[in-house]
Design a protein around this ligand. Structure first.
Ligand code: ASP
Length: 323
């Protein structure tokens, strides 16, 4: 008797769940951004939100859940109701967090349904305008000579700015004090105000500041120059080889989100990465939307796995952890 009742209740729940999935989306969707408003992830997410809203015919609302290098937002979405109304956009930090944090409250490889990749964003090494060096060679000599006096802003352990700064310091063999913020938007304000000296940040946050001369730039972190910043040399072409960073991004849903919902989100995201307006808006800021074949759950899952392996070994060698 009891087991028949249990069976009936679970079948009813299943039917209600699949009806809800068929009806999806019928209310606004939250897209959590793990960093402060106005920064690079926020900029990408807001442009994506405009396109996804058009594709899904429901409002996609950006929620900034900043803190702890992006891990607070990732954890919140991992534990959210798996109904397709709580999504996460996150970047390369999803693959560096397992090596950087001794106690990570979520597992990037088991706690999510994957929707797809979004865009790749180059980084730039920048400084406050008052910093004396005028090119990368001078900067390296200056940092080595003044390491006790200088500091480097970032968006916390696990942020792309943290990773890039870490690799830069290890590459030039000079450690300077790091100053964490909730995102590189507030760090940029501090840099322009002269409270911090240096930063590594994505072109989606630095292009306008570089072009208007509000910060100094020493190079881009990609193998090729960035079209929207073609006057800026790569670090490699100035002799600093061996660290190339392009910040990849993915969209995630909590584990257990119905397949029908995921399929709808995958189609919408595939349309967004081909949306001319989305591509040109982010393109002006140096970002490149991925090709459609990267917007599948399998493609994101396998990229994440490869990236976790890659960054774990680099980070272990560098010997940095958080508690
Ligand atoms: N993406 C971060 C932000 O939006 C910064 C970072 O990862 O360095 O602020």
């Amino acid at each position: 008797m009891m087991s028949r009742l249990t069976f009936c209740v679970s079948s009813l729940l299943l039917m209600a769940g699949s009806a809800a999935a068929q009806d999806y989306p019928n209310k606004q969707i939250s897209l959590a951004v793990p960093f402060a408003a106005g920064g690079p992830t926020d900029t990408l997410a807001r442009n994506l939100g405009v396109s996804l809203t058009q594709q899904l015919k429901q409002q996609v609302v950006i929620e900034n859940v900043a803190g702890a290098g992006g891990t607070i937002a990732a954890n919140r979405v991992a534990k959210a109701k798996p109904d397709g109304y709580s999504l996460l956009i996150h970047h390369i930090g999803m693959s560096t967090a397992p090596a950087l944090y001794r106690m990570l409250p979520f597992n990037p490889l088991t706690d999510y349904e994957y929707i797809g990749q979004v865009a790749d964003v180059p980084m730039t090494v920048i400084a406050k305008t008052g910093l004396p060096p005028d090119n990368l060679t001078e900067l390296i000599a200056y940092v080595k000579k003044n390491k006790e006096k200088l500091n480097l802003g970032n968006a916390g352990l696990g942020a792309a700015s943290h990773l890039c700064g870490l690799l830069f310091m290890s590459r030039i063999e000079a450690n300077i004090t790091t100053v964490p913020y909730n995102g590189t938007a507030p760090a940029m304000t501090a840099l322009m105000g002269g409270q911090i000296d240096l930063m590594c940040d994505q072109t989606t946050n630095t292009t306008q500041q570089i072009k208007s001369g509000r910060v100094k730039v020493y190079g881009v972190t990609t193998a090729q120059r960035v079209a929207s910043l073609s006057m800026v040399p790569t670090l490699a072409e100035q002799g600093l080889k061996g660290f190339e960073i392009s910040v990849w991004h993915g969209v995630y849903a909590p584990k257990g989100t119905p397949k029908l919902v995921i399929d709808k989100l995958v189609s919408a995201l595939q349309a967004s990465v081909q949306d001319a307006q989305f591509k040109s808006r982010i393109g002006e800021l140096g970002a490149q939307a991925v090709s459609k074949d990267k917007v599948t759950p399998a493609a994101l899952a396998s990229h994440l796995k490869t990236e976790i392996e890659k960054w774990s070994s680099i980070i272990k060698k560098a010997g940095v952890y958080a508690d």
